[in-house]
Design a binder for this molecule. Structure first.
Ligand code: FUC
Length: 993
């Protein structure tokens, strides 16, 4: 273990040591929410559990314990759409009015003719009620342990300690409550279920209560089974009764008839019975073990330490929230962060519905905002942390939902916008995928599908070699993009004939009392992303050239983001901003976050504009808006201001006793947005670079994080900082993309091997070298650099990675092994479309020039017009780094395919005869075959693995001694061979034509 790694390990130990000595309560359970009273009847005191299908909210009363139940498909309403027929007929009148500045007329046309009825709402299932005859309980404690996702209520009565444990299991699709006591025969209770819905009937079958309920089109069934150790169990008259048992377990499931947005033909009774038959006979310990294996595999991926816990860290959770603004306890931020991750695991798993405005926890039949999906910020915010916080499993409900919305969105595109090709969604949707504008003029915002579809692309950015996934979501992305291609109109306002949305609004803000407008900044920014992402996807998949051309033409005509009279980013196409407007929506900074169109690096002027906008809007806002502002300030690289937003969020008016986010009232987006915000403070990964500690607040001087994920397929294996400065970082390459890493003014770039971990010290110096020096004489592919600055990898004609787009001042470096000192010929395959000559200086690692190659425009007249340029250089013997420094007169200088070094007559190459270490070379073979010549010391055994460009294992071969290994019947493409012999590993990248 190297020094830096040891440092990180010690750092983690040190933190827990501190926890152990200063705050004993926290020592066992730093990731626990706990209270010394029950939740009473207060929803936001109760503790949530969930398995993605079902949610439970535990109140923990001694004599009457309620568990509020939800199921993700129990909604009001039923299949159908909410389109306003004939809406498109009024488009022309609305646009004419808008373009002549008659907003009043435009707004009334929209209100009267273009708004559909409101969507359905998420409904409660009812309660599981547990009753006891216990009175005078003492030592009461209620808790939720995030490390296990198990909630617990404990108390003592008459000298007996009673314990109830509750969890929701995803693999078993059930909620489990286990009641036990520390004295045999002391477990006695009654249990039943209630529902607020009128149409219900209870029956029983053996030890199972069966509850059938209907809400509009949804029929659901609860099955509640009991089994006990000892004692007497009676199930009758809609009640379960357990008397004198040692322990007892309640197992509950809910199933519905919902199959799809347009199909409610499921049989809840059969599904529920099937789920229960699968868990029948499983003991409590078995159920718990299955749950833990599933949950911990996801939850344990990320660890966060933001410094020494305050001495108040052992206080009751709600007290910690009350005092946070004076304690600044970093361990409360850690708890809140991990709770956000917990909530997403509990409310969003494959097979269930996406987390809605309240996640999966709602007790009201008429919930605020329908507890549905608001898409002008809230649903997207729910999923901001999903990739960065390493919760990959939780994104599927969203991805599946977006894909399933297309048919409804296509209808709305036709009825409301007269568009035949493409899909649209406005600012709200529900279980039935309704997509029409609702509520009023401020609901006529056509960019919901666009914003949602950016999440499809984001998932690809985190998994950039998963072409099968991209293929699967591509048509949905394309549909969202085409809606804009087909519905944007030329604006008459600026003289530039920009293409804009009309009518639209800037989410929930007005200009001079009117919502309707055309081409608001947020729309332009979203559309720019949607089109660019779809263009990129079509290139990667090699499809749709014609459609791509249309999208490219459209994206060029979008209005750019600009600043206005106060220096602010303008929210509308016109400079209408009111500097005193404190609206919680800061939609026109979509380009700052979640998008990366506005960055300190690329657009410093717009960053100044964003600062003015953020100052004008002010800090205070609703829970979700504060959470958005954490992300904004992180992207502004202002850690202290981001921290200020965390402080404003972690206070009782914005965070309830159970740590649910307060709009107010309860709305879960703020929980999720805050997780994303903390990640953005510690690491950002947009625009093809990983920026470490871009917004570290002075409050978090020492800390560490493990397991967060970056775009490009990278995982922060572990990162530690001390005194506000990076101390150690190791990054795992998951799929072998180029790694560009930045910390302050330090940067480093390197090609990577899938599965390899790259460790750096605090100066971003690479401290472990997983590279293979290339043996000279030999040929080196230009993209096999070990480090570079500026050069870009792009696909060649066959889609294989190639080095291209080299700018003046860029460089790339290579590790070579020179057998003996002497003069070597350097030959490089180069091409250029530039008019002026470019130069490639070959330098040693100290920067000393050894020679140079010229790329002559007289010999190459295009990016693919290759020729070979040569020179000679003197090299010392041994392993060394060569740096190719590129210079010339135009912005894009040249392409370089490969270069080779061969001995001249003045060099004597001593051939190695007996291998002393493992060495691996490629041997040229016929079509469809790759062969390696493996030399191992002695007659040792080795394994050779061949991976494809996506990092999937293609073949594994074992062998021993020196000899050739062949892989046959291969498709053309790029492969990586990994040969292991004892502790030695060699990696070789190969290309099969
Ligand atoms: C939008 C926001 C509200 C709330 C609601 C669900 O209307 O403006 O603040 O988040 O969605």
């Amino acid at each position: 273990m190297g020094f830096v790694k040891r440092f990180a390990a010690e750092f983690f130990c040190l933190s827990s040591f501190v926890l152990g000595t200063v705050v004993p309560v926290q020592a066992e359970n730093p990731l626990t929410l706990w209270y010394n009273t029950d939740a009473g009847s207060e929803f936001t005191n109760a503790l949530p559990i969930g398995n993605g299908y079902m949610g439970g909210l535990i109140y923990g009363g001694v004599t009457k314990d309620y568990i509020g139940l939800n199921e993700s498909t129990v909604w009001s309403g039923g299949p159908g759409d909410n389109n306003k027929q004939g809406a498109a007929n009024y488009l022309k009148d609305a646009r004419d009015a808008l373009f002549r500045g008659d907003y009043r007329t435009a707004e009334s046309i929209v209100n009267d003719r273009m708004i559909g009825p409101g969507p359905a709402s998420f409904q409660p299932v009812g309660d599981l009620v547990i009753t006891t005859s216990h009175t005078g309980a003492g030592d009461y404690r209620r808790e939720l342990d995030l490390r296990t996702a198990i909630a617990k209520t404990t108390y003592s009565v008459g000298g007996v300690k009673h314990t109830r444990e509750y969890f929701a299991s995803y693999p078993d699709h059930v909620i489990v409550v286990h009641l036990s006591a520390d004295k045999d025969g002391s477990v006695s209770f009654g249990a039943t279920m209630t529902t607020p819905h009128r149409s219900n009937s209870m029956s029983s079958e053996g030890n199972t209560l069966i509850y059938d309920v209907t809400v509009n089109s949804i029929k659901f069934q609860n099955r509640l089974n009991v089994f006990a150790d000892g004692g007497k169990v009676t199930v009758s008259g809609g009640n379960i009764s357990v008397e004198g048992a040692n322990s007892a377990t309640l197992v509950l499931t809910t199933a519905t008839n919902f199959k799809a947005f347009n199909d409610v033909s499921g049989n809840p009774g059969t599904i529920a019975a099937d789920i229960m038959s699968k868990v029948k006979g499983k003991s409590y310990d078995e159920l718990k073990a299955t749950h833990l294996a599933d949950y911990q595999a996801i939850f344990n991926r990320v660890k966060l330490e933001l410094g020494e816990p305050d001495k108040s860290a052992g206080d009751i959770t709600s007290t910690r929230v009350k005092n946070f603004n004076s304690t600044n306890d970093p361990s409360l931020v850690e708890l809140h962060y991990q709770y956000g991750r917990y909530l997403l695991i509990a409310s969003s798993r494959k097979g269930g519905q996406p987390a809605n405005l309240q996640g999966i926890w709602n007790k009201d039949t008429n919930p605020i905002w329908g507890s549905k999906y608001t898409t002008n910020i809230n649903l997207e915010m729910n999923y901001w942390p999903v990739e960065t916080a390493n919760l990959g499993e939780c994104v599927w409900p969203l991805i599946d939902k977006i894909k399933s919305m297309v048919p409804q969105g296509e209808k709305t595109a036709k009825v409301h916008w007269g568009v035949d090709e493409g899909w649209v969604e406005h600012h709200n949707t529900d279980l039935w995928n309704r997509t029409a504008p609702i509520d009023g003029a401020w609901g006529l915002w056509p960019s919901g599908a666009g914003w949602l579809s950016t999440h499809l692309w984001e998932h690809f950015l985190f998994n950039p070699t998963d072409k099968a996934y991209l293929q699967d979501v591509y048509s949905t992305m394309k549909g969202a993009a085409l809606f804009f291609v087909n519905s944007l109109v030329e604006e008459p306002e600026t003289g530039n004939k920009y293409l804009v949305t009309a009518p639209s609004d800037s989410p929930e803000n007005d200009h001079g009392g009117y919502n309707v407008c055309f081409g608001p900044t947020m729309d332009n920014q979203i559309i720019r992303d949607v089109l660019n992402y779809t263009i990129e996807a079509s290139k990667i998949l090699g499809v749709d050239e014609e459609v791509r051309a249309k999208m490219e033409a459209t994206v060029k005509r979008l209005p750019p983001t600009k600043t206005g009279k106060y220096g602010q980013i303008t929210e509308w196409l016109q400079d209408w901003d009111d500097p005193n407007n404190k609206n919680r929506h800061i939609s026109h900074l979509y380009g700052l976050f979640p998008s990366a169109q506005i960055t300190p690096e690329e657009t410093p002027d717009l960053i100044k504009g964003a600062a003015v906008t953020l100052e004008q809007r002010g800090d205070d806002a609703t829970g979700w808006s504060l959470a958005w502002k954490i992300n904004f300030w992180a992207r502004m690289h202002d850690g202290d201001h981001a921290y200020k937003m965390i402080r404003m969020l972690l206070t009782p008016s914005k965070t309830y006793n159970n740590l649910f986010d307060a709009h107010p009232p309860f709305q879960i987006d703020g929980n999720f947005g805050a997780v994303s915000g903390v990640n953005e403070m510690l690491m950002q990964s947009h625009n093809n670079r990983i920026n470490l500690l871009p917004a570290l607040p002075s409050q978090w001087k020492d800390g560490s994080v493990k397991g967060i994920r970056a775009r490009g397929g990278f995982e922060i294996d572990s990162m530690a900082w001390k005194g506000g400065k990076l101390a150690y970082i190791s990054i795992k390459s998951l799929v072998g993309q180029t790694l560009n890493v930045v910390n302050g003014s330090n940067k480093f770039s390197t090609s990577t091997v899938p599965g390899a971990v790259y460790e750096f010290d605090g100066n971003l110096k690479l401290t472990n070298q997983p590279y293979e020096p290339v043996k000279i004489p030999g040929k080196i592919q230009a993209e096999s650099y070990i480090a570079m600055d500026g050069v870009q990898i792009e696909p060649d004609e066959e889609g294989e990675p190639n080095l291209g787009w080299i700018n003046d001042g860029d460089w790339s470096s290579y590790l070579v092994n020179v057998p003996s000192a002497g003069t070597y010929k350097v030959r490089a395959r180069v091409a250029s479309g530039a008019e002026e000559k470019s130069t490639v200086v070959i330098a040693d690692s100290a920067g000393k020039a050894l020679g140079s190659l010229t790329v002559d425009p007289a010999k190459t007249t295009g990016w693919n017009d290759w020729y070979e340029s040569e020179t000679e250089i003197d090299l010392p013997a041994g392993e060394q780094k060569l740096v190719l420094q590129y210079s010339g007169g135009e912005s894009y200088l040249l392409n370089i395919d490969w270069f080779e070094l061969e001995a001249t007559s003045s060099t004597t190459v001593i051939q190695e005869r007996v291998p002393t270490t493992l060495s691996v070379h490629e041997v040229k073979m016929s079509r469809a075959t790759l062969a390696l010549m493996v030399n191992v010391p002695g007659n040792k055994a080795y394994t050779a693995m061949l991976y494809d460009a996506n990092g999937h294992l293609v073949s594994r071969k074992a062998g021993s001694g020196t000899g050739a290994v062949q892989f046959t019947s291969l498709k053309s493409g790029v492969y990586v061979a990994v040969v292991r012999c004892g502790s030695a590993t060699k990696t070789l990248k190969m290309k099969l034509l």
